[in-house]
Design a binder for this molecule. Structure first.
Ligand SMILES: NC(=O)C1=CN([C@@H]2O[C@H](COP(=O)(O)OP(=O)(O)OC[C@H]3O[C@@H](n4cnc5c(N)ncnc54)[C@H](OP(=O)(O)O)[C@@H]3O)[C@@H](O)[C@H]2O)C=CC1
Ligand SMILES: Cc1cn([C@H]2C[C@H](O)[C@@H](COP(=O)(O)OP(=O)(O)O[C@H]3O[C@@H](C)C(=O)[C@@H](O)[C@H]3O)O2)c(=O)[nH]c1=O
Length: 294
């Protein structure tokens, strides 16, 4: 099997890559604060903001391909910790691009729909980026630096993802279920629109993208939904009442990071390559059936 170096292995996306692809690839999963123990996956603990540690691991492992999913993903934390989040969100992907260019191996960098301002959706790959918060700025900067350093690198922009987050990450569905179960009020935005996908669909899209050479690929879902509509669907499927869901607007919840309104992705190109994300309702049913509600 080909050796894959996967960063962010202890995160929502990385954990699903390990779970779904460990039979096809010799996966070397990199974690940092949360060392992984996944059958069939070799775990490594590396601080990817340390260039020497990263280069040493890379040269020891000699991977055949790299998927870089590690990031500081708390958008509010990034807004208030620009310098620290820059190191993992911008410097690390750039440094790994240089290592992959040196070895001329496939490199796939995971970016986000948050590179857009949310004012003129849906967004295609050719649309100009216009981030409204630090996290989005850092993703846009990383895309630019990675592409300049290694034009053969593939950049996948992911939408909001949901799914089994593994033992260390949280995702956004599980906290919603917790709130519903405890009867805690859940303020959900009616004016924040996304094209969410399940982590499983995202994984299939990523491995399809890994076969491309260079360029940007959007891996959005087929449906545009607000967080509130998503919450109503989840409550219905999980058998909770809707009483606790409170429709609100982004401006009602004071948070450090400005949030784009509608960053729906146009993923026509990925669909033409065979990417086929499931319907949200079907994916949620599968998730609820497969994992105990925490
Ligand atoms: N979740 C979502 O809805 C979306 C995610 N994305 C992007 O997808 C990718 C994966 O996101 P997701 O799975 O949710 O992320 P998580 O927040 O679940 O996990 C982040 C991962 O990055 C690792 N990491 C953070 N800092 C370092 C560091 N200094 N050195 C090594 N590893 C580090 C963490 O390791 P550890 O915990 O062990 O420290 C963890 O494995 C990210 O690039 C994110 O920006 C894009 C759009 C939406
Ligand atoms: C969406 C939403 C959030 N919130 C609050 C809850 C939470 O504390 C805070 C942040 O929301 P979330 O936790 O959903 O995080 P959020 O910043 O929305 O998630 C982001 O993740 C990164 C990785 C990405 O790349 C983005 O595309 C996006 O998915 O906003 C509400 O109160 N109501 C809502 O409807």
């Amino acid at each position: 099997m080909k050796r894959l170096l996967l960063t962010g292995a202890s995160g929502l996306l990385g954990w699903n890559v390990c779970r779904l692809k460990r039979d096809r690839w010799e996966i070397h999963g990199v974690a940092h604060r949360h060392p992984i123990a996944i059958d069939g996956v070799r775990g490594h603990v590396v601080d990817l903001t340390d260039r020497a540690q990263t280069a040493d691991m890379f040269r020891r492992l000699k991977p055949r391909a790299v998927i870089h999913a590690a990031a500081a993903t708390n958008v509010n934390w990034c807004q208030e910790n620009r310098a620290e989040s820059y190191r993992i969100n911008v410097e690390a992907p750039f440094h790994i691009a240089a290592l992959c260019a040196e070895s001329a191996i496939p490199y796939l960098f995971i970016s986000s729909d948050m590179v857009f301002d949310g004012l003129s959706p849906p967004y295609g790959e050719r649309d100009p980026v216009s981030p409204v918060n630090v996290y989005g700025e850092q993703k846009a900067r990383a895309e630019e630096m990675v592409a300049a350093e290694y034009p053969n690198a593939v950049i996948c922009r992911l939408p909001l993802m949901f799914g089994e987050p593994g033992p260390f990450s949280s995702g956004f569905v599980q906290p919603m279920i917790e709130a519903m179960r405890s009867g805690r009020e859940l303020p959900l935005f009616t004016d924040e629109i996304r094209t969410p996908v399940s982590a499983e669909s995202a994984v299939e899209g990523i491995f399809l993208a890994l076969r491309q050479t260079g360029g940007i690929l959007h891996l959005g879902g087929r449906e545009r939904v607000s967080r509130y509509a998503f919450g109503l669907l989840l409550a219905r499927l999980a058998g909770f009442g809707e009483a606790g869901l409170r429709a609100c607007r982004q401006r009602d919840v004071k948070m450090p990071a400005p949030r784009p309104r509608d960053v729906s992705l146009d993923s026509t190109r990925a669909f033409s390559l065979g990417y086929s994300p499931g319907r949200i309702e079907d994916e949620l049913r599968r998730l609820l059936a497969s994992s105990p509600l925490r």
